[in-house]
Design a protein around this ligand. Structure first.
Ligand code: SAM
Length: 243
């Protein structure tokens, strides 16, 4: 028999594995322990399941993240795509810590961390990805400082092409205020941050916040006409369209 333990932080896997396997009574009861990391908060796994459904339908080649912070979501994203994950961080200290983390612990992953403003860097990244046959998943999480850059980021994706899906976290779900959302510089992260461009659709999880456990933060999924066509009935059953 083997026993699988899931922890939040990848940095703790090794030490917990060694600790558990060093207690003979535990090993004889449960067998050898394997410890893996969810690379994020356990409480968010449900939301991640939905993201996984979208990824399975859409099969992204590249990921672009805005707002690296310490890189936890970057590591998670890079496991979802075949090619590179680009992540942009405006704060020098955070970018330095994340880069070091990627180099030291995740050198096998194809991650490029860029120090800069996503309002400028997303376009540069997209210029290196041919828009014809390649799919991009964008995780737009560059909140916290000043004006939220989400509108510009989405415009850049739109100008690039149609093979993309964007996920915006901490998004205000007007029909269900039980979901938390971000407000920066007095501006709420809501549907007004998604430019009203032809063919763009905004979807949110269909499950009511009161039935969710954990952080209960809102998430929006932005689809184009091309990417929504690739969503299966199973995935769409978990979502509702708000625009
Ligand atoms: C919510 S945190 C990101 C968390 C990270 N994605 C995770 O899940 O671990 C937001 C990050 O966005 C960064 N940020 C804010 N505005 C930005 C911008 N215009 N361009 C790039 N990064 C930005 C902040 O410095 C902060 O590190």
């Amino acid at each position: 028999m083997k026993c699988l333990v899931i922890v939040e932080s990848p940095s703790k896997c090794k030490i917990i594995t060694n600790y558990l396997n060093s207690i003979p009574e535990l090993v004889s009861l449960y067998g050898e322990f394997t410890v893996i990391a969810s690379c994020g908060h356990i409480r968010d796994l449900k939301k991640k399941e939905l993201s996984i459904d979208i990824v399975n339908d859409f099969k992204p080649d590249y990921a672009i993240e805005t707002g690296t912070y310490f890189g936890t979501s970057t590591i998670y994203l890079s496991g979802l795509v075949k090619e590179f994950t680009y992540t942009v961080e405006i704060n020098e200290k955070y970018a330095r810590i994340a880069k070091k983390r990627f180099e030291q612990n995740y050198s096998d992953l194809k991650i490029e961390c860029i120090l800069g403003d996503s309002k400028v860097e997303v376009r540069k990244i997209l210029n290196t990805i041919p828009s014809q046959n390649l799919n991009v998943i964008a995780y737009l999480d560059a909140h916290w400082i000043g004006k939220v850059p989400t509108s510009t980021e989405i415009e850049e994706l739109y100008n690039w092409g149609s093979n993309w899906v964007a996920i915006v976290d901490d998004f205000k779900v007007d029909s269900d205020l039980g979901y938390g959302f971000d407000v920066h510089d007095g501006v709420e992260v809501d549907s007004s941050t998604v430019p009203n461009l032809p063919g763009l659709q905004i979807w949110v999880p269909s499950e009511m916040s009161k039935l969710e456990t954990g952080a209960k933060r809102g998430t929006a999924y932005i689809f184009t006409e091309t990417s929504i066509d690739q969503m299966t009935q199973g995935t769409l059953a978990n979502l509702q369209r708000i625009r």
